[in-house]
Design a protein around this ligand. Structure first.
Ligand code: CUA
Length: 397
């Protein structure tokens, strides 16, 4: 009997259902289980469908993400083994030693010292080992290795609900400020300083590194690197990022992208960074529309004047219905892929829809709430003006 815990001895306890109903019930319970199992398998397959697309912590493109993934795997698989061992013993004991009809109450005992000591020591060793491993991993990813190339400094500021990227020196001393799309050279450490102009946000590009909060009045630092030997596609490659801290109405729409490029391509992007050209009459008209309607908050003239950004921030923080607010720098809008903080692809059509009714696309955004242009219920520009503005910003000729 010891080897066959499932064998039933003696009659079924109180058979109440009629004999003919038993097979039907069994069949329907088998059917229910099959349906449940299929549903779970489908759910699992559905979840694994997210594996490679977009934001995945299961695919590391650099040393920081790799180290974090390794640590995660060690902890995950150790715990999977522990889980199946413990649950296995539990389920076995429940079935093997279950109470059977007519059985006497078993003798009652009070614990087993040896077993209890062993069962305390094993988890303690496991938790200590994983804890020590984690601390070492934290120290290892704290700074780029000393033999790395010079890191590229990027200051990232979180705003409701978009990201600002500032390169104090993108090459040859050139300062660049851009928004929602970060370009980085491959195989070079990127040193990131995180700030916030309003509430707490969180900076997260899962394929490059774990999350780190962007806290008002406090600088947080992190670094990452994209390794060419970990990326099996041709460069440039675009990675997805997202704000990972609930920060208000449009939090879920606060996304960004990181484009990994060859150093030479990065250099030519940096060299080309500058105001949109005004070579056509339409572009000249667009520049005029921009200067009249948009410059309280936006700029197309390269890096912001610090005094101007400070006054926009003050306007934003002190409130009022119509005030200047910090807004994405549009100098290199024509080189970007997305619109409205990574929400949609950037094109003439999407930019036109955005300019016509930004609140429809991204509820809560400060442009539709604060800009004079939108105070009348709809945009106070005519179709020609909007068309010229788009042509100018995207350098369409
Ligand atoms: Cu910013 Cu969520």
């Amino acid at each position: 009997m010891g080897l066959l815990p499932f064998r039933r001895k003696g009659p079924l306890a109180k058979p109440s259902a009629s004999i003919s109903s038993v097979p039907t019930r069994r069949r329907s319970s088998l059917k229910n289980r099959t349906v449940l199992f299929s549903l779970m398998a489908a759910l699992f397959l559905f979840a694994t469908g997210c594996y490679k697309d977009g934001m995945s912590t299961w695919e590391a493109f650099g040393p920081v993400a790799q180290k974090q993934l390794d640590l995660f795997n060690v902890i995950l698989w150790t715990m999977v083994v522990v889980f199946f061992l413990v649950e296995g013993v539990l389920v076995y004991a429940m079935i093997r030693y279950r109470r059977r009809p007519g059985q006497e109450r078993p003798p009652q005992i009070h614990g087993n010292t040896t077993l209890e000591v062993v069962l305390t020591i094993i988890p303690t060793i496991l938790v200590l080992a994983l804890g020590i491993w984690s601390v070492f991993a934290l120290f290892e990813i704290d700074k780029p290795p000393s033999d790395s190339p010079t890191p590229l400094q990027v200051n990232v500021t979180g705003h409701q609900w978009w990201f600002e990227f500032e390169y104090p020196d993108a090459g040859n001393g050139k300062k660049i400020i851009t928004a929602n799309e970060m370009r980085i050279p491959v195989d070079r450490p990127i040193q990131i300083s995180l700030f916030s102009d309003d509430v707490i946000h969180s900076f997260w590009v899962p394929k490059l590194a774990g999350k780190l909060d962007m806290v008002p009045t406090h600088e947080n630092k992190m670094w990452f690197q994209a390794d060419s030997n970990k990326i099996d596609e041709d460069l440039p490659v675009t990675l997805f990022g997202q704000c990972a801290e609930l920060c208000g109405l449009a939090h879920a729409l606060m996304r960004f992208r990181v484009t990994v490029m060859e150093q030479a391509d990065f250099d030519s992007w940096a060299a080309a960074y500058g105001p949109p050209p005004t070579v056509t009459d339409k572009a000249k008209k667009g520049a005029q529309v921009f200067a009249t309607n948009c410059t309280l908050c936006h700029t197309v003239d390269g890096p912001d004047d610090p005094a101007l950004s400070a006054s926009r921030l003050k306007g934003f923080l002190t409130g009022g219905d119509i005030t200047p607010v910090p807004a994405p720098n549009l100098t290199d809008l024509r080189t970007r892929q997305t619109l409205a903080a990574g929400m949609m692809e950037l094109s003439e059509t999407t930019l036109s829809a955005w300019l016509h009714d930004p609140a429809e696309i991204k509820p809560g955004n400060y442009m539709s709430e604060k800009a004079v242009l939108y105070q009348g219920g709809s945009v106070s520009l005519d179709e020609d003006e909007i068309d010229a503005l788009i042509g100018y910003l995207l350098d369409l000729r």
